[in-house]
Design a protein around this ligand. Sequence first.
Ligand code: F6P
Length: 402
Amino acid sequence: MRAKFQGKEINIRKIGILTGGGDCAGHNAVIYGLLRRINQANRTLPDGEKMELIGLLGGWKALTRDPEGERDQIMVKLSTADLKDSFKVAGTIIKSSRTNLFSKENLEKKAPEKAMENLKKLGIDCLVVLGGDDTLGAAGKLGQQFTFPMFGAPKTMDNDVYGTDRTYGFDSAVAESVHFIENIITTSRSHNRCFVVEVMGRHAGWVALQAGIAGGADIVLLPEEVVDMRAVIKRVEMAMQIQKYCVLVVSEGARLFDTRYPAEVNASNQKMLEAVIADPKYALVKARHELPRKKDSFGNEQLGGIGEYIFSLLEKNTKGIQYRLQNCGHAIRGGIAHVSDRILGLRFGDAIFDFILQGKFGAYPGLKGDEIVASDLLEVKGGKFVPATHQLYKMRNAVEFY
Ligand code: F6P
């Protein structure tokens, strides 16, 4: 297909596509949305202009490999048969990795140059990158550095990417978390227990907020709020007193300490934590606390574990309450792709084809209201957090509404 790129006419025949970062529901739908349009266009295109969609396997990692020796491990030609059913499930049929072409180590190895050489060796005429802000940002940089036609689509269960009202993957993660929370509620009610349920979402509390409220949790703790354990304890005691059970949902990015917190809150949380750490019963918390935090290749801290702190702080500072801890873990981003993520993914894939037709290179689609808009890969930004002014933020602790 002929398209205008940087004032020149180019012939796009092989479209590469890759998925980077943590997987989520909707990746396969985006791929299918794009493939449908390619197939449709191919019906009327002359032979020399027919297009193929090539899946690059394992995210950016594919482009760091040797295309001569490892072609089968690097790429696969995608067909309708690959996607007709799989667009309905989570995960990615073309695999993913957290490879960062622009990490210090990869820059020393000249990974961006190698990636570009490999794209040429594989005959890829333009590249579509599906991922969060890190993956999309790398696409923007690579496209700019080597004047290569790039597109993207914003994924992530965390829902923290700017340029779209919603990322695909988010709704499914919320729905799966709601299911998890509802299951926990029935058992916590039967045993008059208090459950602490941790959910992923990185430093944005969107998943915990929506899932906690929709699932009927009593208390929701977010990365965006000041977590004052004294107040949390009071809420738990209140829920236990009123209904004899309590479900507290904590977002993995929630913190006990933060420079934004009043010093007095940090000090009070610290005092409570010290008491827990000194207690041999909580040796696991002590061990976790002393472990250095791991980081991924983009420098993002590996989160997870706050639930254990909250659990032990509650157990240590209340009387007569039985606690249990559960972590939803990765399960909430797997399984099926719920309807809204199938639809959003298909729409994004469809929109990318329109961007190619319209010569909107370097763009990624976003949802604004019910419209698809084009955002610039060079300006992609993460860190879209729950604002304190958000209606749901104020509704997060159901226990306060008895
Ligand atoms: O960014 C998506 C996400 O699921 C986060 O919510 C979570 O912190 C992270 O990925 C987990 O990463 P990994 O899959 O590498 O364990």
